[in-house]
Each structure stands twice: as structure tokens, then as C-alpha cells.
Design a protein around this ligand. Structure first.
Ligand SMILES: Cc1cc2nc3c(=O)[nH]c(=O)nc-3n(C[C@H](O)[C@H](O)[C@H](O)COP(=O)(O)OP(=O)(O)OC[C@H]3O[C@@H](n4cnc5c(N)ncnc54)[C@H](O)[C@@H]3O)c2cc1C
Length: 449
């Protein structure tokens, strides 16, 4: 369909949606919380009002930056919204989906109130503060709730009131602050009768939104207790299903973090800690938003990266001659997922072996990862580069060969993604490990003075 017609069609959807909203209707704005169950903001909206409509906005500020028109995240959101729409239709209500700049959309709406869950990223904070100001002028309350994390902002601080910058003491305080109340379920379903009864609206299709459909199968929304039970012994081996693959569901809120934390608490301390890492990086981003552009430790911004474009391309394509690195990058390029151990190896390889700025790798992961999350991704990259708050020491340079011997000794993972291994077609390592290690140590040392 020509672009002009598409735009007209999307505008038409918006017009129809607006008809359902009047000053007696409260709106629940879905963002990183695409579920009806155990949803803090939705629970409050339904409990405190008798006529509630959930809305979702395809935010053009975000969408227009996505170059890949088969972006898997957009497909995942679309699929999740379609499922929500079915559930709401069964309840006699409907989801309203808008397309545009949220700030402009809220300028044109006059509901009773807006309810939503907190989003801690810098762009979201700025957007929400603009929306709040617009709504204030119209006397429309804008209520926000904590839903995405167990502890937010200033809820876990050092005794002197400053934020933690090291994980272990943070996690100790996190655990000592935890009560049953923090993990309590919000029983939104008790108030489902407060959804406004309206006719089902049609959601825009992916092509109407400017994206193409692919046949990708997303990780299932299933909490596999057997994996969690054995997590501490199996999590480092990419060839086995030893991690939960729930990251995309946590990213978009199709599962509740409280539910997972309750399970983790009783089943596996190591997995519980992973969920705390997630809170930790959100907290770091909240208190230190400059990490988005700068090294957490400023001295690391003096490192003279080589930033060789051709080498970056070989890394991106999974064509470095280091099988474990190539397997990881090919897995990422094909599925949008990469095992955590392998994320650490490929990130170390890019920053140390190739001396390419961690921000380049971070940006590539941001484009490709289905579970892309600004806080966790930035934290992971700064950890690998050594520049992060609680990072690996800079002189720890992962040896890809030893990592493979330890974590994929039978080469099961590697062969899955690099079938041409041990044939003439597979390239020689693009750089010698011992040479690259020495070079990295020298350049880091010089940069850090
Ligand atoms: C360079 C690099 C980049 C990363 N980028 C992201 C990202 O963009 N989004 C993302 O969710 N994770 C990121 N991680 C963390 C981690 O690799 C993924 O969360 C994990 O691989 C997801 O797989 P899983 O769901 O099977 O996790 P599991 O091992 O089953 O863990 C359960 C959940 O805990 C959380 N979690 C686990 N490890 C971490 C961690 N180190 N930091 C923060 N949260 C964690 C995730 O939400 C995960 O789904 C990154 C790690 C590195 C080294």
C-alpha cells in the first residue's frame, strides 16, 4: 500500500479509537507490561475506576529509528497485543492501539485519568514528564506505578544514602530489604468487570505499521522449573537448555517479575541473583544516566580504540575465525538471542582482541537482540570492556579457545552455527590471540595512565 494511504489508514484507526474515550473513562497505558495478570498499574486503574480502557501506542519516535523492517521486537509486541486483544474481547472490552508521538496523542485526549507503569530509561522519563505537564494543564491525573522491577530508584541505597555501584553489597541489601509484600501478586483479575464495554477495534497490521512479518518462533512464555532447579550447574553451557530464555518476556512484561522472583526465592539462589542483576542495572541507569554515552569509569574514555570498520564487519557477520565468537554472532543474527556466556565472550573479543569501542558492540546488540534492554545491555558491555561500575578487570582477556574447551568441549554449540568448521571454507583466526592480548593490555594501560 502506498505510504500516503498507510498514513491515512493509521489516522483513521486513531480517530475511531478517540471516539471511545470520554471524560468518564480512565486509560491504562501499556508499555513494558504487556499482560493483564499481576500488573500493578492496571490493578490500580481497574480498582479505582469503573470504566477503564487499555491503550498501546506504537511510538514513532522509537519506530522511525529502526532500520530493519523485519525487526523482531516489533513483531513480538504486535503478537502480544493481538493476544491481549483476544483476552479483552472475551471480556467484552477492547484494546485501543495508536500510532504516533505519544506526547502529541495525549494532547488530543481528554480522559478521566491515565494509569501506567514506570519506565526508567532516559527517553521514557523525558517523554513522561512532557505528558504529565500536558495532562496537568487539562486537570487529567497521570498515575505511575512500580511494576517492572522489585526495587526501583532509591529503594536500595547504602547506609549513607548513596547508590551502590558494586553488585554483591547491593544484592545483600536488596535481600535484606525484601518482604513478602514486595513479591505479592496484584490480583487485577478481581476487577476485570471495570473494563469498559466497547466493540472490538481492529489492530493495525504489521505491514500497515510499516513492518514485515517473518516466520520467527519466539521463546515460549513458559517458566520451566526444571531448568531453574539446575540453573547453577547448567547455566554456562550454551549447547544445553540451561537458562530460561525468559528475557524477552521480562523485557516486554509478558511475565511478571514478582512471580518469577517468588519462584526463584524458593528454587535457586543463583537464578535469584540474576533477577537481582536486572534490578541492579536498572538502578545504575536511573542514578547514572550518563552511562548511556560515557564509560562509568571516566578514565576508560581515554582508551584509543582502533575501530577498524572491516574488522567490525567480520565480527558482526560471525566471520572472525574464532568458532565460539562466530557461533554466537550467527546465533544472534539468525534468532535475536545469544547465550549469556557467549555474549561475554563476543563482547570481550570485540573490545579487547579488536580494540573496538564497546559502544559499537552495544549498538549492534541493541539492533539485533530480541531481549534488548538499555540498562542490561549497557551494563553487560561496560562489564566486558572493563569500564563499568562492577566490571571485569581490564587485564582479564577471555581466551576464546579456553572458553570453548570449558563450556563447549564437544563443540556441539559451535558446530550448530559453524557447520563449515574444520573444512577449507572456514577462515583462519583474524588475529592471533597472544598478540591481541598483549596489544590490548598495552593500549588499556596507556589509556588509563
Ligand atoms: C554484552 C552483554 C549484553 C547483554 N544485553 C542484554 C540485554 O540487552 N537484555 C537482557 O535482558 N540481558 C542482557 N544481557 C544479560 C544476559 O546475557 C541475558 O539476560 C540472558 O542471556 C538472557 O537469557 P535467559 O533469559 O535465558 O536468562 P537466565 O539466565 O535464565 O536469567 C533470567 C533473567 O535474569 C535476567 N538476567 C540474567 N543475567 C543478567 C545480567 N547479567 N544482567 C541483567 N539481567 C540479567 C534476565 O532478565 C534473564 O532473562 C547481556 C549480557 C552481556 C554480557
Amino acid at each position: 500500500m502506498p505510504l500516503i494511504n498507510l498514513k491515512k489508514k493509521l489516522k483513521h484507526f486513531d480517530q475511531v479509537n478517540k471516539l471511545a474515550i470520554d471524560s468518564s473513562t480512565a486509560l491504562f497505558w501499556l508499555r513494558r507490561d504487556l499482560r493483564l495478570q499481576d500488573n500493578a498499574g492496571l490493578y490500580h486503574a481497574l480498582k479505582e475506576n469503573t470504566s477503564v480502557i487499555p491503550i498501546f501506542i506504537f511510538d514513532i519516535v522509537i519506530l522511525e529509528k529502526l532500520e530493519d523492517k523485519t525487526d523482531l521486537r516489533v513483531q513480538f509486541i504486535h503478537q502480544s497485543l493481538t493476544q491481549l486483544q483476544q483476552q479483552l474481547n472475551e471480556l467484552g472490552s477492547s484494546l485501543l492501539v495508536f500510532h504516533g508521538n505519544p506526547v502529541e496523542i495525549f494532547q488530543t485526549l481528554q480522559p478521566k485519568a491515565i494509569y501506567t507503569n514506570q519506565d526508567y530509561e532516559p527517553y521514557a522519563q523525558l517523554r513522561d514528564s512532557k505528558i504529565k505537564a500536558i495532562l496537568e494543564k487539562k486537570s487529567v491525573p497521570f498515575h505511575t506505578f512500580k511494576d517492572q522491577v522489585i526495587f526501583e530508584k532509591d529503594e536500595v541505597l547504602k547506609d549513607d544514602g548513596r547508590p551502590y555501584t558494586v553488585f554483591t553489597p547491593y544484592s545483600r541489601k536488596w535481600k535484606s530489604n525484601l518482604t513478602d509484600l514486595h513479591l505479592k501478586k496484584y490480583p487485577s483479575e478481581k476487577y476485570f468487570s471495570s473494563f469498559k464495554k466497547i466493540k472490538p477495534t481492529t489492530l493495525p497490521t504489521l505491514p500497515e505499521l510499516g513492518f514485515e512479518e517473518t516466520l520467527t518462533a519466539f521463546p515460549e512464555r513458559v517458566i520451566k522449573q526444571a531448568i531453574i532447579e539446575k540453573y547453577d550447574t547448567q547455566r554456562n553451557f550454551p549447547a544445553i537448555a540451561g537458562t530460561t530464555k525468559l528475557s524477552v518476556h521480562l523485557r516486554f512484561g509478558t511475565v511478571s517479575i514478582r512471580n518469577l522472583a517468588r519462584i526463584a526465592q524458593n528454587k535457586n539462589e543463583v537464578w535469584f541473583n540474576e533477577l537481582i542483576w536486572r534490578d541492579f542495572y536498572q538502578m545504575i541507569l536511573w542514578h547514572f544516566p550518563t552511562v548511556v554515552r560515557q564509560a562509568f569509569k571516566p578514565a576508560y574514555d581515554r582508551i584509543e580504540w582502533r575501530n577498524d570498520l572491516k574488522e567490525f564487519e567480520l565480527w558482526r557477520q560471525g566471520n572472525t575465525g574464532y568458532p565460539i565468537v562466530d557461533a554466537g554472532m550467527r546465533e544472534l543474527n539468525t534468532t535475536g538471542f545469544m547465550h549469556n556466556r557467549v555474549r561475554m565472550i563476543v563482547a570481550s573479543f570485540l573490545t579487547k582482541h579488536l580494540l573496538i569501542d564497546w559502544r559499537w558492540g552495544e549498538a549492534y546488540f541493541a539492533q539485533k537482540l530480541l531481549d534488548f534492554d538499555l540498562a542490561a545491555n549497557n551494563g553487560g558491555w561496560q562489564w566486558a570492556a572493563g569500564s563499568g561500575c562492577d566490571a571485569a578487570p581490564y587485564f582479564r582477556v577471555f581466551n576464546p579457545t579456553l572458553q570453548t574447551e570449558k563450556f563447549d568441549s564437544e563443540l556441539v554449540y559451535v558446530k550448530k552455527w559453524v557447520p563449515e568448521l574444520n573444512t577449507k571454507e572456514y577462515r583462519k583466526p583474524m588475529v592471533d590471540h597472544a598478540f591481541a592480548r598483549e596489544r590490548a593490555l598495552k593500549v588499556y594501560k596507556e589509556g588509563l595512565g
